[in-house]
Design a protein around this ligand. Structure first.
Ligand code: 5GP
Ligand code: ZN
Length: 116
């Protein structure tokens, strides 16, 4: 995926403020944080969205989810955080390379869905 911004981050073609990397996963701070802690966990493999994940990605997705609380704690989330995967148009996804948002800080986060 030559034009995908998160592939470029995974391939080190563009910089990111990384907090974790292994052979299949990268985590980095969101460029436009919604809270004091806001980082993204991505697979190095390009998958458009969670809607495109299947059985083959089971292990990869499991590893991303298990990694998230460890990184959240390292980033100072001692009393919880929010994990979000925006998916597709209805989910408000903007970057079409599957990513897990981890959001937290010191204050309780606002409600999930804002009506109106
Ligand atoms: P989405 O709406 O697709 O779930 O979220 C995409 C997220 O990626 C947004 O929170 C946005 O701030 C973040 N983002 C977009 N481009 C970049 C980038 O080049 N670097 C970093 N670190 N984050 C980005
Ligand atoms: Zn990609």
């Amino acid at each position: 995926m030559d034009t995908c911004i998160f592939c470029k981050i995974a391939n080190r073609e563009i910089p990111a403020n990384k907090i974790y990397e292994d052979e299949s996963i990268v985590a980095f701070h969101d460029i436009n944080p919604a809270a004091p802690v806001h980082f993204l966990v991505i697979p190095k493999l390009h998958i458009d969205s969670l809607a495109d994940a299947d059985e083959r990605h089971r292990d990869l997705l499991g590893r991303m989810l298990v990694l998230a609380p460890r990184l959240a704690k390292e980033q100072g989330c001692n009393d919880g955080f929010r994990a979000i995967i925006n998916t597709g148009r209805i989910g408000g996804q903007e970057v079409f390379h599957l990513h897990l948002h981890i959001i937290g800080g010191h204050q309780r986060l606002p409600g999930m869905i804002h009506h109106g």
